[in-house]
Design a protein around this ligand. Sequence first.
Ligand SMILES: [Zn+2]
Length: 296
Amino acid sequence: MPQPLPAGLESVGCALCGGDRTRPFARRDGLQVVRCVGCGLVYVNPRFDADAVLRHYNSGQSSRIQYYLDVEAADRWSFAELLDVAERLRPARGQVLDIGPNIGTGLALARERGWQTRGIEINEEAARHCREQRGLEVRSGTLAEDTYPPDSFDLVLMADVIEHLRDPLGMLGIVAHVLKPGGFVMISTPNIASWAGRLLQVKPEEHLYYFTPATMTGMLEKAGLEVLDQQALDRYHNLTAMVYSTTCGSLFQVLAPVLRLAHRLLGDVIVKLPLRENLLAVARKPDSRARTAGAP
Ligand SMILES: [Zn+2]
């Protein structure tokens, strides 16, 4: 007989195929990560409910602004590569929406490179940083169907965001809604098919969904988007600031005193680590959106 769930937890079915048959995938921080028997999607179940998550994102435990400032130089290099891809697709630039820009590192770079930029950020403090420190047009909150008019954007960026969402398929549907026909969405997320993704990115308090290229394709297509490309993505890291990272923090804690000293003496030491722990998916809204089955 199923046990009642503790307060603050909820049970969910598969967000991709709707199934509820799963096998254990990993267990960490007292939470269970499972893999759907039907489609292979990996997700946290049971998970914290919406109220518990909102408290987490505004508690200062997640997305600490100081951390993102420490790694800003490295993040600019990583975002520059994303924008290189975007600008090959759309040399003329245009309107970009960054979902979850955090302190706005990528959005500020996009503006420098000629994009017209907007963002929406769940962390109130980070959204304020974007507006007040960088003069970016960033709303506080989460993207909803009526946040922007349909067909508003040439490009939607979701960098390290989709794994945090409670309803990733619903969000991709909204992305398809706000993209112009022919517009692109670029999604970076941990690749759970990679060894480094499995080793470093299973963080069930923060990451609710874990994608492989196959499950990412499935979800994008279900949202009515055409997958153009998926590739392994290596990130630039600031070696001397890694001691502050939630991903690599535990690995680097032993080196903390050395790294702090190195950071003081050397400043930023930026390297690209060939870990292949992330994937980059690029998808496109069809020019004339095919009606979904059952629609008039
Ligand atoms: Zn499934």
